[in-house]
Design a protein around this ligand. Structure first.
Ligand code: PLP
Length: 378
């Protein structure tokens, strides 16, 4: 399989895999136990917390380990709502991940006004619109950093400055940017990270919270993670998260350079074979996530046909694959339903090669032409 679906999930780094057995053996004990082996696990977690707090310019108590970014996002959204019931207004982009949109839908049923911003044809939010929408009742502004479908990057620094000026909490889902591009951590009160998007195993995530701000926990129990996330810590996942993040710090410049080359190859070659395609957010996105619209065909059918030829890609977000609905992200850009259904996402990982992209282009062109001839458009 040529794997061009790293935005959905990543392969665990060999360095992480090689260490997993050792980590499970060394840190098997419950970090909440006071005997020496328990304290050894505790120290391992503390060290990882220190590492991430330094990266984020945060206090150690502001780093909370969770099970995934979905949990981190839910904790922020529902937890702030519970803590500040008098604030009944939230401002978000329309291109958030479902793990942000779904808890917001829950909040809207409780009477919170969820104010969706517009995005332009490239998927960018307008900072002036945020400025106009902020009121004394605004609980938080939530803007995804890099969108998981199109790779579009938002200017978190400018939005963060505005939120600070207006004294409103700012939250960002940095799942697709963390480790890979610069994240303006200084401006974020809350952010969420997922282990399996940075080549750590599934089952571990991180939430950075602002210590002075109350958040009601989702899980009540033993009071781990400073009372915000009860449940015995996933020590092996947490230690693996650090190994994976360290590796990204080492490779990220090279990865970005390689991704730019691969992105150029992908889009240039596809355009020269199929001039009518559209690269979404071109010029405004990270190079490692690219959604291409293939007019006249169904992106879902292309993904299935490519899968049969050994190419793993996605249509829309992987989480909604199987759903016949057009992507909410592409609809927000103003694309028609038909265009939004024609999207295929190619996303690169640390080990993607030029040969992978060459083969993917060749197969994609063949599949497109075949599907187009079936659909009666050609
Ligand atoms: N946010 C974004 C931008 C994502 O791409 C994903 C995963 O697809 C998530 C959140 C959810 O992450 P997790 O699978 O860790 O819950």
């Amino acid at each position: 399989m040529i794997y061009l679906d790293s935005a959905a999930t990543t392969k665990v780094f060999p360095e992480v895999l090689d260490n997993l057995k050792k980590i499970h053996q060394e840190y098997y004990a419950n970090p909440n136990s006071i005997h020496p082996d328990g304290q050894k696990s505790r120290r391992a977690i503390d060290e990882v917390r220190r590492f991430f707090s330094q990266i984020a310019g945060a206090q150690e108590e502001e780093i909370i380990f969770t099970s995934c970014a979905t949990e981190s996002n839910n904790t922020v959204i529902k937890g702030l709502y519970e803590a500040f019931p008098e604030k009944n207004h939230v401002i978000v982009s329309p291109i958030e991940h479902k793990s942000v949109l779904s808890p917001l839908r829950y909040l809207s049923k409780k009477g919170v006004k969820v104010d969706f911003l517009n995005v332009d044809k490239n998927g960018i939010v307008d900072i002036d619109e945020i400025r106009k929408k902020i009121t004394p009742k605004t609980l938080f502004v939530g803007i995804i950093h890099v969108n998981n479908e199109t790779g579009v990057i938002q200017d978190l620094e400018e939005i963060g400055k505005l939120c600070r000026e207006k004294d409103v909490l700012f939250f960002s889902d940095v799942v697709q940017s963390f480790g890979k591009i610069n994240v303006p951590f200084d401006y974020l009160d809350f952010f969420s990270v997922s282990g399996h998007k940075i080549n750590a195993p599934k089952g571990v995530g991180l939430l950075k919270r602002k210590k002075e701000v109350s958040v009601v926990p989702l899980l009540h129990g033993g009071g781990q993670e400073f009372g915000l996330r009860s449940g015995t810590e996933n020590t092996s996942g947490i230690v693996s998260l650090k190994i994976a993040a360290e590796k990204w710090l080492q490779i990220r410049e090279g990865f970005l350079e390689k991704s730019r080359k691969l992105e150029n190859m992908l889009t240039f070659r596809l355009k020269s074979e199929i001039p009518e395609i559209k690269v979404v957010s071109e010029g405004f996105k990270v190079p490692y996530i690219t959604t291409v619209l293939f007019p006249g065909v169904d992106g879902h059918s292309m993904v299935i046909a490519l899968g049969r030829r050994g190419i793993a890609v996605s249509s829309g977000s992987a989480c909604s694959t199987g759903s016949p609905l057009p992507s909410h992200v592409l609809l927000s850009y103003g694309f028609s339903e038909k265009d939004a259904l024609s999207g295929v996402r190619f996303s690169f990982g640390f080990d993607t090669t030029e040969e992978d992209v060459e083969t993917a282009v060749k197969e994609t062109v063949e599949v497109y032409k075949k599907l187009l001839s079936f659909s009666g458009f050609s």
